[in-house]
Write a protein that binds this ligand. Structure first.
Ligand code: GLY
Length: 379
């Protein structure tokens, strides 16, 4: 691993990055108004996800990023803009059929964040509806929370580890262990069927929904079955780390560390930025910076929970990843939308390769704020 800069130089560098984030997000707030952004095209957020798909899984990240910034500096514009985008979820809850396992991403970043930071009771009720919906997706024969809707009755995916903190929140809020029980059952099944012996992860497992027997492990958003989609690996690192944070169950921390070691071994070969899949053919070269940003946050979480002598690997790797993103993949032009460039939605998906994506920005901002000790634990 290359030399780390000393702590004072690092803090100065992070402060500079934070100031650039603040300038850029203030300009974006003015341009975005009450729209919900996802991917900017030609440097502008032209599509409003509120209109395009009110139930889309990424619709919370914009608010989550703004709540992080509001927590860091108290700028009212961040809070007001975040609150506006929360309202879309009333309609989504009423419609019901568009929502699925991703309510964690959606409601932790909007309603739960609002409730935690402002005490808004309406937000608490919204989030409890969402947690109940998530718990209702539990398959008690296969012991997993089912992914997506329609015919995917037996599907579970690694991404959902990032949604179960909504259940841990509801468990504490209601003093009701059912929610934590479901979260733990899902995480245990993920340990059994998604985590592989070598520290990599499957994206998807398909079960027979009536018997709970695992049947298939398709490619999902990665290159192929058996490959390793980097964002999926990052969901596992951060998701298992959060499951440990919420429960203290050591097997989750060990899993998070194992996937982190696998991730670090892979990105060391590409200057600390992740390819979209660690087991895809060498050409075409395709990055996914969103995976880098999310994995960095997961590693910072691990660093906070391990003994002092273990911290450096996770902390220093996360720093290298965030600084590599800043050095090579950030757009600081305040006239253009989107900070972190070169995110990729899925391997080979035309039009959604090497673009800025709202969750890439979210995790980058969370990581930088965390290193500055200005972050807010949204999960
Ligand atoms: N959770 C969907 C994705 O990571 O693209």
């Amino acid at each position: 691993m290359a030399e780390m800069m000393d702590e004072k130089t690092l803090q100065n560098k992070l402060q500079e990055i934070y100031e650039k984030i603040d300038c850029k997000l203030q300009a974006e707030c003015v341009r975005v108004g009450d729209k919900i952004p996802y991917i900017p095209y030609n440097g502008k957020y032209t599509v409003d996800m509120r209109e395009e798909n009110m139930s889309f899984w990424t619709n919370g990240f914009w608010a989550g990023m703004l709540w992080q910034m509001y927590h860091a500096n108290g700028n009212q514009m961040y809070m007001e803009t975040a609150k506006k985008s929360e309202l879309v979820f009333d309609e989504a809850l009423e419609k019901f059929t568009g929502l699925h396992h991703d309510v964690g991403f959606q409601f932790l970043h909007t309603a739960v964040a609002d409730y935690r930071l402002t005490g808004n009771e309406k937000s608490k009720a919204r989030a409890l509806h969402a947690a109940t919906l998530l718990a209702g997706r539990f398959n008690p024969i296969g012991n997993f929370i089912r992914a997506w809707n329609l015919d995917k009755t037996g599907w579970m995916i690694v991404d959902c580890l990032m949604n179960i903190p909504l259940l841990y929140w509801a468990e504490k809020e209601l003093q009701d262990p059912r929610f934590g029980y479901i979260a733990n059952q899902h995480a245990h099944t993920a340990l059994k069927v998604l985590l592989r012996e070598d520290g990599s992860c499957n994206h998807i497992a398909i079960f027979d929904p009536a018997t709970g027997e695992p049947l298939e492990f398709p490619a999902g958003q990665g290159y192929a079955s058996g490959s390793s989609w980097s964002r999926g690996q990052s969901w596992a690192i951060y998701g298992f780390a959060l499951a440990y944070m919420h429960t203290g169950m050591k097997e989750y921390l060990n899993a998070a560390k194992q996937v982190a070691h696998y991730f670090i071994a892979n990105i060391a070969a590409t200057d600390y930025v992740s390819l979209v899949d660690f087991r895809a053919p060498k050409e075409p070269v395709c990055w996914d910076t969103t995976a880098t940003a999310c994995a960095a946050c997961g590693m910072l979480q691990i660093a906070e929970m391990v003994p002092e002598y273990e911290k450096a690997l996770y902390h220093d790797s996360a720093v290298k990843m965030l600084l590599a993103l800043e050095e090579k993949h950030c757009n600081w032009n305040v006239e253009e939308d989107g900070i972190v460039q070169d995110g990729t939605v899925a391997y080979g998906r035309e039009g959604e390769i090497h673009v800025p994506i709202i969750y890439g920005d979210y995790f980058f901002v969370e990581g930088v704020l965390r290193l500055l000790k200005k972050d807010f634990m949204i999960w």
